[in-house]
Design a protein around this ligand. Structure first.
Ligand SMILES: NC(=O)C1=CN([C@@H]2O[C@H](COP(=O)(O)OP(=O)(O)OC[C@H]3O[C@@H](n4cnc5c(N)ncnc54)[C@H](OP(=O)(O)O)[C@@H]3O)[C@@H](O)[C@H]2O)C=CC1
Ligand SMILES: CC(C)CCC[C@@H](C)[C@H]1CC[C@H]2C3=C(CC[C@]12C)[C@@]1(C)CCC(=O)C[C@@H]1CC3
Length: 339
């Protein structure tokens, strides 16, 4: 039976590398690239078809940062497919990142240096903003849009006698201390990225608790540090190229410097080959690359608990209701004003 796989943010970086790797292991796959930029999506499709000429690759428009777009995309997906085998929730943003150079130099001479390079703890801040749905952009893109997508696609994801899988591209930068249950959108802090990724770790745990009995299994991945558009937003690409020898050196001490999108997609690809029974809901599956360049996947326990994950789940359900109500009102308003 052909497997149906949807990948969000599939037009570049880790998402695109994942698509290539999936088509290499299963040429009968039906792959759907869910992207916000259709031009880049079609370019990605052409690239994939060049290396896999017989592959079936579809494209669907999806801006995970827009409630209306998620609802429209979900309808489109439901009209095209009768089930989903894998849903990779990979799209993500880190807007206006700032590296704390002082903290970087201080960290270089501390005992915490390896952990600093692996997690970027204390090094990175971002500037977030409100989107047109009135949500914090990072939260909306990295977490909430994906949550809404899962809810909308439940009829395809939760089917009797069929197992479906969700895989979140989280990060080693996900940190409990950056997340607040009183401010799940991270309106007040300067680490919205870290907060949103920690929230995805919590949500994955809650989804497993609520949905495993309906045949839906969720896992979390950290791709390591990968050179993509996201990291080129932190430091310019020429600078990364310049310090590449140093990066390869650091890789000897921390195998989290996977560096290429192909390597970064290792754990996402590995999970595709695993049976749902063998998955650990509390593990984050890390893509790792050794100093000699060997790729492997390693599960590491996440800093999450059931209580917190349940509270977040309830808060997201509550927010979902509010957002849907607002959208209905907005659409009704548009109709009465003839727009
Ligand atoms: N690179 C790294 O070191 C690490 C990355 N990650 C995570 O990996 C994931 C992939 O990022 P990466 O490949 O690095 O970076 P890229 O910027 O190359 O890829 C991000 C993808 O997400 C898409 N995207 C962004 N916003 C939206 C949106 N609103 N709706 C739909 N798609 C959107 C982008 O599309 P578009 O082209 O339109 O912008 C792009 O396809 C992210 O979740 C990131 O947080 C985690 C740990 C480390
Ligand atoms: C000499 C150089 C290696 C200096 C680079 C310092 C920093 C810019 C990087 C050190 C650790 C990196 C890191 C990320 C971004 C760049 C660093 C802060 C991420 C936050 C990128 C996105 C993620 O999801 C996790 C990464 C962790 C490590």
């Amino acid at each position: 039976m052909e497997r149906i796989v949807i990948v969000t943010g599939a037009n570049s970086g880790i998402g695109l590398a994942l698509c290539d790797r999936l088509l290499t292991v299963d040429s009968h796959l039906r792959l759907c690239l869910a992207c916000r930029n259709m031009q880049r999506a079609h370019a990605a499709r052409s690239t994939l078809l060049t290396s896999h000429p017989d592959a079936r690759v579809d494209v669907v428009h999806l801006d995970v940062g827009s409630v209306q777009s998620v609802l429209t995309a979900a309808q489109e997906v439901q009209s095209r497919y009768s089930r989903i085998d894998f849903l990779y929730l990979n799209a993500g943003i880190m807007p206006n990142p700032q590296v704390d150079i002082k903290a970087l130099f201080k960290g270089l001479f501390s005992r915490n240096v390896i952990n600093m390079f692996a997690t970027a703890e204390g090094l990175l801040t971002q500037q977030d903003r409100l989107n047109s749905d009135g949500l914090q952009e990072v939260f909306a893109t990295n977490l909430f849009g994906h949550f809404l997508l899962i809810k909308e696609l439940e009829p395809l994801l939760c089917q009797p006698s069929h197992t479906s899988r969700i895989v979140w591209t989280s990060s080693s930068n996900a940190r409990r201390s950056a997340f607040s249950m009183e401010d799940i959108q991270h309106t007040h802090g300067t680490e919205p990225y870290s907060s949103s990724k920690y929230a995805s770790d919590l949500l994955s745990l809650a989804l497993n608790r609520h949905k495993n009995s309906q045949g839906l299994f969720s896992s979390v991945v950290c791709p390591g540090l990968v050179m993509t558009n996201l990291t080129y937003g932190i430091l310019p690409s020429f600078f990364w190229t310049l310090i590449m020898p140093i990066m390869f050196l650091i890789r000897i001490f921390t195998n989290t410097f996977t560096l290429t999108p192909h390597n970064g997609a290792e754990a996402l690809h590995w999970l595709f080959l695993q049976k749902s029974e063998s998955l650990d809901p509390r593990a984050k599956y890390h893509s790792l690359t050794s100093g000699l360049g060997t790729n492997y996947t390693q599960p590491r326990q996440m800093d999450v608990d059931d209580g917190m994950s349940e509270v977040l789940y309830e808060k997201l359900l509550e927010l979902e209701k509010g957002v849907r109500r607002k959208l209905t009102e907005r659409n009704a308003d548009k109709e009465t004003h003839g727009q």
